[in-house]
Design a protein around this ligand. Structure first.
Ligand SMILES: [Zn+2]
Ligand SMILES: [Zn+2]
Length: 321
């Protein structure tokens, strides 16, 4: 194998994985048409499942779901097209609320939301009075977006997400430095009479190294309002709100700070709220009334053009992850 750095290898895997998923979605798009034409039999396959498995490695279960979905969307060809972009599992979330009247809105929602976001919208979808919302006859698979989304915690919206105020730093040092550092740690622990983490030791070291010049620069920074939310503000928000997400009827743990007025438009950290990851995403996609009750609507609201622009940037940043 060609010599690659870790970064190159990782990037290559991302690229290949992304392409593999893209082609699987494309394959799923064509599959029902093959079944309709009975093409698989004419080419010597026993069943459409065998065709799917041999040509693309698609499992029986997935093949079945793709065909079921296609049945559901029979009269909504525009919606079926979306499988090429979003994949079957995301389409399946909306299968029981979409109809030819609201098709366009749900296509827009597909573009704006992740799968977890769509699941929340579907819950809030109000059916026409007198008509009961249909219950899915296939149980929805447990969300698989979780692990892939974890990365998103660190970027979102310009409001930095926090679970913990600490960051993991990794770096390499030579033997000499390691020895010196450990020695310093040991002596410091003896002096303080308690065990210390590497982070605490580093903090002590940096405080010792801080020159007067650095200090003055630091003071200046504090007086300026930056995107970074001061700890004091975070605490105030947490005191006002309990530890649950601010969105209506959401019982998830709130993990992300959010600016209802958008920081880049107002440059202030007043009126902060804390949301769970999914509702934070929905807020930036325009599905939440960002005051009083923090209601979620299944349809995106018309918003101020500037807010929409800011949020579009946030969504783009997420997609690049
Ligand atoms: Zn936000
Ligand atoms: Zn929530």
């Amino acid at each position: 194998m060609k010599k690659m750095t870790d970064q190159e290898l990782y990037k290559r895997c991302q690229e290949c994985g992304g392409n593999a998923r893209r082609w699987t979605r494309e394959f799923a798009y064509y599959l029902p048409e093959v079944a309709r034409r009975d093409l698989h039999r004419r080419r010597g396959f026993q069943s459409i499942y065998e065709f799917a498995a041999k040509l693309s490695g698609m499992s029986f279960e997935v093949c079945n779901r793709v065909l079921q979905l296609n049945n559901k969307f029979e009269h909504m060809p525009l919606l079926w097209e979306q499988i090429r972009m979003h994949g079957w599992s995301k389409l399946r979330v909306i299968a029981f609320v979409v109809n030819s009247e609201n098709e366009k809105i749900w296509i827009e929602n597909l573009n704006r939301c992740t799968k977890a976001g769509l699941e929340k919208l579907v819950k809030n979808f109000k059916s026409v009075p007198g008509e009961e919302a249909q219950k899915p006859d296939i149980p929805l698979a447990k969300s698989t977006t979780q692990s892939a989304m974890t990365l998103g915690d660190n970027v979102p919206c310009g409001d930095r997400a926090i679970l913990d105020d600490r960051t993991v730093l990794k770096f390499k040092v030579d033997d000499e430095t390691e020895f010196q550092f450990k020695k310093f740690k040991h002596e410091l622990e003896k002096k303080k009479g308690k065990a210390m983490t590497m982070g605490e030791v580093l903090k002590e070291l940096l405080q010792k190294a801080e020159t007067p010049k650095l200090k003055t620069r630091k003071i200046k920074k504090i007086t300026k309002i930056t995107r970074y939310i001061p700890v004091q503000r975070k605490r105030e928000t947490e005191e006002k709100q309990n530890d649950r997400c601010r969105a209506e009827n959401c019982n998830e743990l709130a993990t992300q700070f959010h600016h209802p007025l958008r920081f880049s438009l107002n440059r202030t950290h007043k009126e902060l709220v804390k949301l769970c990851r999914t509702h934070h995403q929905l807020a930036h996609a325009g599905f939440i009334e960002e005051r009083d009750e923090w209601q979620v609507n299944w349809q995106a609201r018309k918003r101020d053009k500037r807010v929409e622009e800011v949020d579009e940037k946030v969504r783009q940043a997420r997609r690049r992850l």
